[in-house]
Design a protein around this ligand. Sequence first.
Ligand code: F6R
Length: 594
Amino acid sequence: MCGIVGYLGKRRVSEVLTGGLTTLEYRGYDSAGVALSDGNTLQIVKKVGRVKELEEKLSSMELIDATYGIAHTRWATNGGVMDENAHPHNVGRVTLVHNGIIENANALKESLSKEYDFQSETDTEVIAALIDKELKAKDPVIAIRDAVKQLTGSFALVIMIDGESNKLYATRKDSPFIIGIGKDEVVMASDIPAILDYTNKYMLLDTYEVAELTAHDVKIYAEDGAIVSKEVKETTYLKEEAGKNGYPHYMLKEMMEEPIVVENLINYYQDKLEKLDLSKYEEIHIVACGSAMYAGMVGKSLLEKYAHIPTTVEVASEYRYQTVLYTRKTLVILISQSGETADTIAAMNKVKEEGIDTLAIVNAEYSTIANEADNVLFIKAGPEIAVATTKAYILQTLVLTMLARETAHNKGLLTDDEYNSLIEDYKEIPRQIKSVLEKRDLYKNLAKEIYKHEDVFFIGRGIDYSMSMEGSLKIKEISYIHSETFQAGELKHGTISLIDEGTPVIAIITDELTKDKTYANVLEVVARGAKVIIATTEKLDNYEELKIVVSTTSEFVQPLLVVPGLQLLAYEIAVLRGCDIDKPKNLAKSVTVE
Ligand code: F6R
C-alpha cells in the first residue's frame, strides 16, 4: 500500500510527481505530498485527501524551479490521517518517502529519541532519523544500507540528502519499486503504469540494494557495497491499457475486458500445456488472500473432483503461522494479482524454507512473488487499476481450471474424448462471457431490488458456494452493504433467523448434484419473506424467482460465466448507492502490509 514516485530531469517536476501519484492512487489515497529541490532549496508540500487536493494546493503556491523531487500517496498504517503524518518526512539532512511498514519502529524511535525530536506518529520518520544518524560518519550509499539493515519489516524508499544535489537514492525490501530509465531523465515508482508516460525501459532493485541516481546515470550497489550491473528490461504495457477507455470506472472497463483477456490467455497456454501438469504431486495447498483465495476455492473443487489431488485452500496470513506437516509430495500454489501481497509473500518464504515446491499464479510480471516462486503461471490481465479485482479473479480461476483439466487428462482421469470436448467448451467461453456482460439492463434492474438494503445473503453448495464468496465480497467491498455467504445447508443452523421480509438472498445454483437441495433452501428463505435472486444455467433454469441465467457449459468453466454477472450486479448496486467505485473507502489495491 502507498505509492511512491521520484523524478530527476528537465520536465516540470511537480507535474511529473503528481501525475505519477494519480496513477498510483489505487495503492492508497488518504493523504499525499511532494518534496521538490533545485539543488539548493527544499520545498515540502503535504495535504490530507486525494492527490487532486494536493495538486490544487500546489497550483495555488509559488513553487521553486525544481530539478528533482519525490512524492507519496498514503494508506495510513502507523499514525492517523493528518498532514503531519503524510510523507515526505524530513529529519536532519534526509527527506524521504516510504512504502511499507516497519515493525521495530517503536524500539528504534525510543533509542533515537535523545538525538531526534520526532514530529509525526509514523514509522517512516524513524527511517529518516536512522539514515541521518548514519550519514554523520558515512557516505550516503553505505549510510542508507547500514540504516535499513536495522529495520524489520518492508520498505521501498526514495531519499533526498542535503548536500547531494540533483541526486536521489533508493532501496527496497519486500515492497515493489521500479526505476524507469528515460533519455536524460529517471522516473521511479511503485508500479509500472506510473512511468509509462516517460519510458518503457526499467530496472528492478533486489533486496537491500541501493540505487544512486542522477538524471543521466543510475548506479546500483549490492549489499556489500560493490557496483552491480543490472539488466534494463522493457515493459510491453501500453499507456492506453492503463486508461479508462471511455468507461466511467476502471472496474467496468476491466470487467468488459474479460472476454478478450480470457481468449488471449487460453491461446497463450495452448502451446505450453506441459506447464499445467501437476500429476507428480500428491497434495496441493492453495495459499492466497481475498478474491485470489476465492478463486483458489473454485480450483480446489476441480482439482479434487477431476484430478484426484487432495487440495486445501488457506488464508495466507494464517498459513504462515500454522504448523504445516508436509507428509506427501506437496505443491503450494500462491495466487496473487499484484504479486506483492505481504501475507502471501510471507507464506511463500515460509514454504520455501521448508524446501516445498511453489507455483505462483500472478499478474504483475515484475513482482516479488513472480520473481521468487519456483515456477510461475502468468495470468496476463494487463493493468488492473480498480481496487476491486474482476478480470484478474476470472483469469486466476481460468488458470486453475486448466491445471485441473491438464492434470486430470495426464492422469487418465479424463478420456481423450472428454478432454477434446472440454477444449471445445473453452473456445466458447469468451463469447459466453460477453453475452453475460451485455445484459447491463438486467443487472441494473436487479440492483434496484438490493441497493436500499443494508444486509444481503448469498447461498450455494460446493463450487456454487465458492462463487458466492466472490459475489458477496464484491458487494460489500464496493457498495458497503453488509453481505454474507453461507453454505446453503448451514443457513437453518442459525443464520436463517436474520431473514426478514424483503431481505435479499442470492442463490447460486449451477451444480446438478446439489441443485434440488439448494432450491429447497431457497424455498425456506422465501417462506420467511426473503427476496431471492437465483444465478443459474440455461439447463437448470425452471425457476420463477428473479434470476441471472448464463449459458450451460462444462463444470470446469461454469464459474467463468457466473461470476462476471455477480461482479456486474455488485457494480450496478454501487452505482445506485453513489459509491466511489474504483477507490472504496479504507482499502488499497496492493496490500503490502501484514
Ligand atoms: C477484492 C480484492 C482483494 C484481493 C486480495 C489479494 O476485490 O481485490 O481481496 O484479491 O487483496 O490481492 P492480490 O491478488 O494482489 O494478492
